[in-house]
Ligand binder design. Sequence first.
Ligand SMILES: Nc1ncnc2c1ncn2[C@@H]1O[C@H](COP(=O)(O)OP(=O)(O)OP(=O)(O)O)[C@@H](O)[C@H]1O
Length: 363
Amino acid sequence: MFIKQLKINGFRCFESVDLVFNKQINVFYGNNGSGKTSVLEAIYWLSTGKSFRSKKNKVLIKHNQTEFILFSTFHKGSDTGIQNLGAGFNKTNQKKSIRLNHNNVSNQSEIAHLIPVVSIDPDSYLLIDQTPNFRRSFLDWLVFHVKPSYLNVWTQTTRCHRQLNALFKTKQFTQIDQWQEQYVNFATRLNTSRFEVFEKLKLKVEQKINQFIPELDGFTLDYHQGWNKDLSLSELLIKEKDKNISYGNLFSGVHKMDIKCKVNSTAAQDILSRGQKKMISIMFYLSFIELLTEATGIDPVVCLDDFDAELDVNKTSLLCEFINTTNNQIFITTVDQHKISSLFDDVGVFHVKHDGNIESISD
Ligand SMILES: Nc1ncnc2c1ncn2[C@@H]1O[C@H](COP(=O)(O)OP(=O)(O)OP(=O)(O)O)[C@@H](O)[C@H]1O
């Protein structure tokens, strides 16, 4: 699928811009603070109804305006007709509106499914340095897509976990065994699903690291399930029952799962350079996208913010070569137009200016 046109009105620093995109690669360049990330943010918002850098929709509205409106036309496949999507947010009534092919839509997930967007932004580049919670969410996000039954298993596990915490806190011993039994049932399934998808991800990430960072010796990726791997979940709950009751919550379990990245047995975050961490994080996201496409047939739109910062010329050109071969429509921001756009065969280039205008250089 690809987005053909995007009109942005009253969003961040943009009063009104109208952009026609390249089917494959689109590069936005401009000075700091000119609005490059805001274009990616608008694309992401259209798909998900939220920003990747702020929880509040009202901050996205241009100063002194009451609403923003985004309008796009897109093709689902090369042989299908053009569709249109309009969406916006109004400060006065705090409401979002979505119209797909001129019909109101109330369910955002319908749009996220129709125009899937993966954002690889400065937070994503810190995957190695981020908290276990961030890496857990990253893997869960992939498992949700690859295994449709996962949502239910995840919801049930979370429900049992909350219930157990409440029972531990209030010391209602009579119900604990019954809820532990349910927790073990769902959490074991959740752990199995995560591990299966992790193994596929690991294979792809390792292949990509060999291809793009061959000089990085001794890098390993391990699945830490959240408790001692020699114990089953039932054994764990028996062993830690007193601890759980005294802490008033479940001490170990699937909520402590993490992906451990090491270089020769030392935590990768302690020894790798920023550029190396960024490269590895990009490998994770590119592998994620491949697995998503293999499992669902979906080619998401990919937003790569501040793509080349901290990457040397060699790494940047290797990644661009790879991006050239994918079927995804890619949006890239950079402060250095020349470093990037010459590396692509077929590319739309846009100059984002400080006055809120965006000039298409490819015209
Ligand atoms: N609600 C808003 N109304 C008006 N201007 C805004 C609003 N929110 C942010 N801005 C401004 O919009 C500009 C765009 O910021 P953005 O982060 O998109 O720039 P950028 O080109 O990606 O910068 P960098 O290269 O530093 O990452 C900034 O100057 C910011 O101050």
